[in-house]
Design a binder for this molecule. Structure first.
Ligand SMILES: Cc1ncc(COP(=O)(O)O)c(C=O)c1O
Length: 383
């Protein structure tokens, strides 16, 4: 059986280091907002290239705290409209609702599945105050275009980078020799988390940078937002038992932070391995019934998932099951069609709905062997 994702195998590579971190934590006994959180926040801010990183309990909270933080510092107010992709995991939309803001659903570019900048333009009005872009499946959204729209209309641009740890802009420039490319690219590269005004990450175990439990983080260069979230995530308190604002309890667990510091060192090589698997699939899967994902061969994609499209998904699933190849669907029901979001069910979002009916995710991970990759390819080519 080729598992869709083998988390044991992924984490077992770091067993010694993870065990050493656990033992050290047990000895020092700092469990909440201890030194491991501070260390990881510094490391992850450095990695993303931002001034600040704040650990949170999970990715949904990271998103919600960004929006609540902006309300706290007067950049947003309750009821403001926030542009969101219709084609996303429900957490993106929930964060907007939890912050008492109003989501404006925008259709994706069917080629990349990410929010269409062209469509965003058609939804702007005086009540829209922010764009919340998701780097879905690990591929950066059209950030340059979204940035110029945000700048032109004085909007906040927030990244949901839950699936895109390590994805980078400008990693390939056409028409230049490789030396100039390196020079220019290195000076202009921006990592997910440092492209918009603020970004949210999830460290859910299956993510490219996954903890051994829940975890999340906010990255930003905005000192006011940083100060607001510092309070919000910890009962509105900076000094113990002094509460300045009505806060929450949403802190990254100190032990998870220690594990994340171990795994962060391997994120780039893991992402490179994911791209290697993706390139192999893209080159060798030859089946006219299967639509392969768009990839420009740059580092703007970290292949959190490898999503293909096809007409008769049910039939294909039978074939994968018969051949012991794991699969998942990201996601089977679009957010606006979920029972929880009934008040949006009237919206006409045909591209999103079509995508949800046709997509399926194939196994991809840094621990997939060449043999497993070749088996998946063979199984698909014989479908
Ligand atoms: C796009 C997206 N946004 C937000 C989240 C929420 O993250 P978490 O599950 O850590 O709350 C996830 C992860 O599931 C996600 O995929």
């Amino acid at each position: 059986m080729i598992n869709f994702l083998d988390l044991h195998k992924i984490n077992n590579r770091f067993r010694k280091e993870l065990e050493a971190s656990f033992t050290k934590s047990l000895e020092t006994s700092y469990y909440i907002l201890g030194p491991n959180v501070k260390t990881f926040e510094t490391e992850f801010a450095n990695y993303c290239g931002t001034d600040y990183c704040l650990g949170t309990a999970n990715g949904l909270d990271a998103l919600t705290l960004i929006l609540k933080g902006y309300i706290e510092i007067g950049r947003l107010k309750k009821g403001d409209k926030i542009i969101v992709p219709a084609n996303t995991y429900i957490a993106t939309i929930l964060s907007v609702l939890h912050a008492d803001l109003e989501p404006v659903f925008v259709e994706p570019n069917p080629k990349t599945y990410n929010i269409s900048a062209e469509e965003v333009k058609t939804k702007l009005n005086k009540d829209v105050k922010a764009i919340l872009a998701v780097h879905l499946y690990g591929q950066l959204a059209e950030m340059e275009r979204l940035k110029s729209i945000a700048d032109e209309h004085n909007l906040l641009l927030i990244e949901d980078a839950a699936q895109a740890h390590g994805a980078e802009t400008n990693s390939k420039m056409q028409g230049l020799n490789s030396k100039s490319q390196d020079l220019i690219a290195n000076s202009q590269r921006q990592k997910a988390g440092n492209i918009g005004h603020a970004a949210a990450f999830s460290f859910y175990p299956s993510k490219n940078l996954g903890a051994l439990g829940d975890g999340g983080a906010v990255t930003t260069n905005d000192n006011d937002l940083y100060e607001a979230i510092l309070l919000l995530r910890n009962y509105g308190s900076k000094v113990k038992y002094e509460n300045e604002i009505i806060g929450y309890n949403s802190r990254l667990d100190d032990l998870q932070a220690a594990f994340l510091s171990v795994k962060l060192k391997y994120l780039d090589s893991d992402n490179a391995k994911r791209r290697e698997v993706a390139r192999c699939y893209l080159q060798k899967i030859r089946n006219s019934k299967i639509v392969l994902p768009f990839y420009d061969d740059s580092d703007n994609h970290v292949f959190h998932t490898f999503v293909v499209e096809l007409e008769d998904r049910k039939h294909f699933i039978d074939h994968l099951n018969k051949n012991n190849v794991g699969w998942l669907i990201h996601y089977p029901i679009p957010p606006h069609k979920q029972k929880a979001l009934q008040r949006f069910s009237h919206l006409k979002l045909p591209i999103t709905e079509q995508i949800h009916k046709r997509i399926i995710s194939l196994p991809i991970s840094p621990v997939l062997t060449n043999e497993e990759v070749n088996t998946v390819i063979e199984v698909i080519n014989t479908y």
